[in-house]
Design a binder for this molecule. Structure first.
Ligand code: SAM
Length: 239
């Protein structure tokens, strides 16, 4: 067998994300365009120079570590959710988080540059990343080569569609008005997250009334689903 060196990498940045837990994070970037986050740079070098001209690019590739699952190991075969969750597929034929090297890649929209904790940060949206995700590298998205127009994927050709009807009950509407000013696009964000139907696959066939909760930013959001009706019940600050 060919002997190759091992390489170790240190994070160059960290993600500040509204997704505080894995539950309800979309499967890929761009599916929830109203997800706003920040990438704080951690390098001590001149940070202005590191990102000089980065705003010439509308979108960026982020190369990151699946830090929330990296201690759980990996297997050559995984159950791909797109194949109903029962059939097993080679890990390299999937975007599974459980990989020999737990590295992921996501395209995000660059909205501008800001500061966090005295460091420069990139204001991004459309992310599919857990809060605290370590970033290994940032590269510009280059449309002429990254957008492969003839590409196909028999396994995942289009985003999974749901026909959930999302509504907010009176209490949730009032709570939304109270907290709305502190967050960008909060109502749209909640609607887009719920439109992805974050329920585990085995629960989706259930026609009984089911209640769920999720954390977005510092908010605890509760909702219920019955058939195709999804009602947001409450939006409360976590204490
Ligand atoms: N776009 C990336 C890719 O293709 O490499 C990630 C795809 S992966 C299927 C998306 C899922 O990764 C999300 O739904 C979320 O549950 C999970 N995830 C996101 N950030 C993570 C992290 N830092 N550690 C572990 N899991 C994470």
């Amino acid at each position: 067998m060919t002997e190759l060196n091992s390489y170790s990498f240190s994070p160059i940045g960290v993600i500040h994300s509204p997704y505080k837990q894995k539950f309800a994070i979309p499967r890929q970037p761009g599916l929830v365009s109203a997800a706003h986050g920040k990438l704080e740079l951690l390098l001590d070098e001149n940070q202005q120079e590191l990102i000089r001209d980065i705003e010439q690019h509308s979108h960026l590739w982020l190369i990151f570590v699946f830090h929330g699952t990296s201690d759980q190991g990996w297997k050559p075969l995984v159950k791909a959710p797109r194949l109903g969750g029962n059939k097993k597929t080679g890990v390299f034929a999937t975007r599974s988080t459980f990989r020999p090297n737990p590295v992921g890649m996501s395209v995000v929209k660059l909205n501008g540059i800001c500061k966090i904790n005295g460091n420069l940060a990139l204001d991004i949206s459309g992310l599919d990343l857990l809060d605290g995700t370590p970033i290994l590298d940032i590269k510009p998205y280059i449309p002429y080569s990254d957008n492969v127009t003839e590409a196909s994927s028999a396994m995942a050709q289009t985003p999974q569609q749901t026909d959930l009807l999302i509504t907010f009950n009176t209490k949730a509407e009032q709570q939304l008005i109270q907290v709305n000013a502190d967050y960008s696009d909060l109502k749209l964000f909640i609607e887009q997250v719920l439109s992805q139907d974050p329920r585990p696959a085995y629960k989706k066939a259930n026609t009984e009334l089911q209640e769920y909760g999720m954390s977005l930013y510092d908010l605890n959001i509760r909702w219920q689903i019955q058939n195709n009706d999804c009602t947001v019940l409450s939006i409360e600050k976590l204490t």
